[in-house]
Design a protein. Structure first.
Lengths: 379, 310
């Protein structure tokens, strides 16, 4: 009997195009959309070294400080410049052919900048040079006036370094991007609510004639429900895996080193979504339309409070009504994802998953007690 | 005794949908539940099946009390609901197979039963169709097949022929009689008196949730005073003639409307002869004369004072 109902349910779910669209195609489309929209931001953030040339002549060789500063800025993993040493004509040619953004040369003991056009890269080179000259000037003046304040000297020199570090630091933190994808996974998990909801409506005789047919058959209602629900669980888990694989291998979203936990979290999330839908459906003894409205409303409110639409909201809630953060399943789920990424210890993650597990049991138990042996006041 | 219903009372808020309804259905019967729209037929069926909570009363099926978890009873029942209930994502064959599979686990047996059901409702050419592609009448036939494929001992059909064309309707009614001949007891609800008259061995007429008469169709017709309805098509009849006609013995009512003289006479022989004699004596010109025996509509009309179908 289990396989009979289970297989038929699978067939129904897979053939239900609307269902497949909302629970699988839509999240994938959203992922692509996020990817396209966010990859622009990311490109802006990831710093690419700027190609510049420097005229390597006698004067340049004499400017020891500049040489050191430039070499410093042109080494390391997240270096600011890609430096080419060249003769004057050569450098001119490189600039002409857009092979470099700018070239530097030393004239009368002072570094000078040659550019063809103005742009972000050119202004970065310019500000580097300004910052160097300022430092050089202060070093000179301090040296002239005897170094009374060595700390100041160090600070001024440090400026330049910081400048480089700041720029490259952004590239190493793609957090804003990941948060969107985590929210997307959480949302897709809660879309499982529609599947869970339909499972209940399909055994509630007062909602659908089909359910009446199941109710008059000799199959134990709970058995029918569980067989059918298993199909929904399988379908939704499969859909979530497809989404994860798509994110990981097609869009190349990097979930960090804890991929296994991302999978565990997704499974937990999927089960929460499914059982939440079933619970709402069993609890609300109204028409299917009203049930859907309440499910969507509930999920949206949960998403909003967890900061899915407005990131600040998450912090506002955790500051002013911390309890709300712990009873909002959507928040628990997104927070589980965040804590995977942000914290090295697992305690916060495990707390989130633990509470979610409790919710799953709670939703299932309530659903069971509500639907058990229910006769209807009106059909 | 297949079904026994005792003092069933069902309220929807203020509305009294079933008012102390009692009846029994015997083994091998085709039991008809006849009543106008909203008389409580579907409500009665749903209460019998334990789908609906009722305020009072008892329901026994196969001699055992019916309850939501009486699975052994449910196993022997086949239901065709008034509302079509099939999966849109499953084909005709798959739908019947699915519902049959809720009763019959043996795959081989089930395959045979499903094929039989498909032939029974004449959907052989539509096996692979999805319900959305079926016409209203074909959909009804699928609905019937889903309910009876497992060959139950008791078959309950709630207005199964709504929106079905006369030909298919005839086939369905014949099929129901065939199932009955093969041993099934049938409960059939309808507001079409012709259908009920045609196939039911016993009929209960209900109105506003109350049983107003129960019996075979002849018994029901015998309950009322009307014996015969004689219609005479005539161009002209004077009020005097009409009065003299009304004075005749056995004539209960005589009306002249739209060039038709309708005479309702009581039980007894020679009613038509008496009317013919009268027409000859009065030298009334006439076109056609015909006589009809009372219908269930007449029974309903006489008991409740209103037409069965309005
Ligand atoms: N869910 C409900 N809530 C309130 N009233 C209802 C409900 N279902 C039916 N009724 C009322 O109960 C009465 C009996 O309805 P029921 O559906 O049993 O009639 P029926 O004889 O099956 O009619 P039909 O021939 O139209 O199918 C009607 O007056 C109807 O309006
Ligand atoms: Mg009805």
């Amino acid at each position: 009997m289990f396989t009979h109902i289970f297989c038929n349910r699978l067939k129904c779910l897979l053939r239900d195009k609307e269902n497949i669209f909302w629970t699988m195609v839509f999240p994938v489309l959203l992922a692509i959309f996020f990817y396209l929209a966010l990859s622009n931001i990311q490109q802006g953030e990831v710093f690419q070294s700027i190609k510049i040339a420097v005229v390597d002549n006698a004067e340049y060789q004499k400017a020891e400080h500049l040489k050191t500063a430039l070499n410093e800025a042109a080494t390391g993993k997240s270096k600011l410049f890609d430096l080419t040493h060249a003769a004057r004509e050569e450098a001119e040619q490189l600039l002409e052919q857009d092979k470099v953004a700018a070239y530097l040369f030393v004239e009368g003991g002072r570094p000078k900048l040659a550019v063809k056009k103005s742009g972000i890269r050119q202004s970065i080179v310019k500000s580097f040079l300004d910052s160097y000259q300022q430092t050089a000037a202060s070093v000179n003046s301090i040296l002239k006036n005897k170094p009374r304040d060595p700390q100041q000297l160090l600070n001024s020199i440090g400026d330049r370094r910081q400048y480089v570090v700041e720029v490259s630091g952004t590239a190493a933190e793609p957090d804003s991007v990941l948060i969107y994808f985590y929210s997307l996974i959480a949302m897709a998990c809660f879309y499982g609510g529609f599947l869970g909801m339909r499972e209940i409506t399909d055994i509630e005789a007062n909602i659908s004639p089909l359910a009446a047919r199941i109710n008059v058959s000799p199959v134990h209602k709970l058995k029918a429900f569980l067989s059918s629900m298993s199909a929904s669980v399988l379908i939704h888990l499969a859909e979530m895996f497809i989404l994860l694989l798509f994110l990981r291998y097609v869009l190349r979203v990097d979930f960090g080193s804890k991929s296994v936990y991302v999978v565990i979290t997704t499974i937990t999330g999927s089960l929460t979504g499914l059982s939440f839908g079933a619970f709402i459906s069993a609890l609300v003894k109204k028409s299917e339309g009203i049930k859907i409205a309440i499910l969507v409303g509930g999920t949206m409110t949960g998403s909003f409070l967890s900061g899915m639409m407005y990131l600040e909201m998450k912090y506002i809630v955790s500051q002013h009504v911390p309890l709300l953060a712990y009873i909002n399943p959507v928040n628990l789920l997104t927070d589980a994802f965040y804590s995977l990424y942000y914290y090295d210890t697992m305690s916060r993650y495990l707390l989130n998953i633990g509470i979610l597990g409790f919710f799953i049991v709670f939703f299932c138990a309530c659903t069971y007690f509500i639907i058990r042996r229910r006769k209807y006041a009106s059909l | 005794m297949i079904v026994r219903v005792k003092n069933l009372v069902k309220r929807y808020g203020e509305l009294l949908a079933l008012d102390h309804l009692s009846f029994t259905v015997n083994d091998g019967e085709v039991f008809g539940l006849l009543g106008p729209n909203g008389s409580g037929k579907t409500t009665a069926i749903n209460c019998i099946l334990s789908l609906l909570e009722y305020d009072k009363g008892e329901v026994e099926i196969f001699g055992r009390p019916m309850r939501p978890d009486a699975y052994d009873i449910k196993r022997e029942i086949g239901i065709v609901m008034q509302n079509v209930a099939v999966y849109n994502e499953l084909t005709v064959y798959e739908n019947i197979d699915y519902f049959c599979g809720l009763y019959v686990e043996d795959k081989k047996l089930r395959k045979r039963l499903v094929e039989e059901a498909i032939n029974f409702v004449g959907l052989k050419d539509f096996k692979g169709y999805y319900p959305k592609k079926l016409s209203g009448g074909l959909l009804r036939r699928l609905n019937i097949a889903c309910g009876i494929a497992h060959k139950p001992k008791l078959i309950i059909l709630d207005e199964p022929t709504v929106a079905v064309d006369p030909q298919s309707r005839y086939k369905i009614l014949e099929g129901i009689l065939e199932l009955n001949r093969l041993g099934a007891t049938v409960i059939y609800t309808s507001h079409y008196m012709e259908e009920v008259e045609q196939i039911c061995s016993r009929i209960m007429i209900i109105d506003k949730g109350r049983a107003i008469a129960t019996g075979t169709k002849d018994e029901l017709k015998a309950m009322i005073t009307l014996g015969e309805k004689i219609t005479v098509e005539s161009q002209h009849i004077t009020p005097g003639q009409l009065n003299r006609l009304r004075a005749l013995p056995h004539v209960m009512e005589a009306e002249y409307k739209n060039k038709q003289l309708v005479i309702k006479s009581g039980k007894g022989a020679n009613n038509l002869e008496a009317v013919l004699d009268f027409i000859k004596k009065e030298k009334i010109q006439y076109g056609k004369i015909y006589s009809e025996l009372p219908t269930l509509n007449d029974v309903f009309l006489e008991i409740t004072g209103k037409q069965l179908r309005d």
